[in-house]
Design a protein around this ligand. Structure first.
Ligand code: HEM
Length: 403
């Protein structure tokens, strides 16, 4: 039986298990949308007990207070993680110098722009492999491998070593028990470590791969980063930048393959694609991260005690009716999404890879939609969502089109 702390008012207690509630498997968005009916901040006894911030405005405010909401643990329930992921698990002021390496040196918009044609080429190669066949397993043949390939290319892992990552990456993202996930993380970290050892042996020759060059030459307080820092950053990029893009790619394609009038709208007017990407990221916002209270404090009339966990759900924020009118309706012409959406978080921890993610999602739609005529979900396919994860994602997506 879960114990509820004495300071939690009975009127604020509602069970809300974003990992294992049975509704998450069939209708995760209905589940997250139901938070509109609950108090703006409530306490769920599930997952060891945690607060949930149920409105976008309050969530943005909480994201702007890292002094209260510490990123020491970014997962609900709290995991006493032996890895401290840079920059995600750091609080200001320590966070800042690392974050700038990500946002300015690795993922600035001009860098992503320069790499876009390379991403498009990789995307095309994948689509070429199944376009004439008339059907594909979209998860296995596109949504999962393409972000991994783009990531390994950007980070400069040689082609000959890329296969080594497949099984461990699969364990990290689709492991069915914490033990398997932990094993996957350990294996990925070990592979990245081995590769970094080789790269660090000759640190000063210039690298073609932009991210690797940025990591090997970045300095903090006049010193190069050490092995432990580089290893944590590389692991962070794998954990933060793969499953999220796969999930968003699956959600956008599932929606378009199930809604032919929306699909036609984008085929007829590809200029709408960038805003459609934002709207689909809002409507099907997948990450659910967490924070830990750094001390006892009051937030909008709610007493939160040091060490308690707080769920920061981008899924709830995207479906908040007080921020988005008719939040369940998809509208590719919805205004102000870049300002209002919390799909990439907010505040100091706002996603460092957001320009890369947007480019990947946009290029996917630009390349796939005009090529796969009459795209649809394979008849009879039952779409179920994987439960238990931090990122909401459909398990399978079999697609068909007129070849
Ligand atoms: C659609 C795809 C993506 C979504 C929805 C997404 C979402 C997010 C969110 C919500 C956060 C904030 C986490 C927090 O506050 O604890 C975050 C942080 C982060 N993301 Fe992403 N992300 C995506 C893709 C990527 C990619 C492609 C990369 C890089 C390869 C990346 C790298 C990071 C990093 C490094 C952070 C930590 C930033 C910090 O703590 O300062 N993400 N992301």
């Amino acid at each position: 039986m879960d114990t509820i702390p004495d300071h939690v008012a009975p009127g604020r207690i509602f069970p809300f298990d974003f990992r294992l509630d049975p509704r998450v498997r069939r209708d995760p968005w209905g589940f997250f949308h139901s938070a509109n009916e609950l108090p703006e901040i409530f306490y769920s006894p599930a997952l060891g007990g945690h607060w949930v911030i149920g409105r976008a405005e309050l969530l943005a405010e909480a994201w702007s207070r890292p002094d209260l909401f510490s990123a020491e643990s970014v997962s609900v329930p709290k995991i006493d993680n032996p890895f401290r992921l840079i920059p995600n698990n750091l609080d200001p002021p320590e966070h800042r110098s690392y974050q700038q390496i990500f946002t300015r040196q690795m993922f600035a918009p001009r860098i992503i722009e320069a790499l876009s044609e390379e991403f498009r080429k990789m995307t095309r190669e994948h689509v070429d492999a199944f376009a004439d066949r008339g059907h594909c397993d979209f998860n296995a043949e596109y949504a999962r491998p393409v972000p991994v390939k783009i990531f390994l290319q950007m980070v400069g892992v040689p082609h000959s070593r890329r296969g080594e990552f497949d099984a461990p990456v699969e364990r990290v993202f689709r492991g069915t028990t914490p033990k398997i996930v932990f094993q996957g993380i350990t294996e990925v970290a070990a592979l990245l470590d081995r590769w970094l050892d080789e790269e660090m042996a000759d640190r000063h020759s210039p690298r073609e791969a932009h991210m690797l060059e940025a990591m090997l030459t970045a300095e903090i307080d006049g010193r190069l980063l050490d092995k432990e820092e580089l290893s944590s950053m590389a692991t962070m990029l794998m954990l933060g930048g793969l499953d999220t893009v796969t999930a968003a790619t699956m959600h956008q394609m599932l929606f378009l393959a199930s809604n032919s009038s929306y699909l036609k709208q984008l085929v007829d007017d590809p200029g709408l694609i960038p805003n459609a990407v934002e709207e689909l990221l809002r409507r099907f916002s997948a990450p659910n991260v967490g924070r830990v209270a750094s001390r006892d404090f009051e937030f909008h009339g709610v007493e939160i005690k040091r060490g308690e966990m707080i769920l920061f759900s981008t899924s709830i924020a995207g479906l908040d009716a007080s921020r988005f009118s008719d939040p369940l309706v998809v509208d590719f012409e919805r205004k102000g999404l870049k300002r209002d959406s919390l799909a990439f978080g907010s505040g100091v921890h706002m996603c460092s890879g957001q320009f890369l993610a947007r480019a990947e999602l946009r290029i996917t739609l630009e390349e796939i939609l005009p090529r796969l005529a009459n795209l649809r979900v394979a008849p009879g396919a039952e779409i179920e969502y994987a439960s238990g994860g931090t990122v909401t994602i459909p398990g399978l997506l079999p697609l068909e089109w007129d070849a």
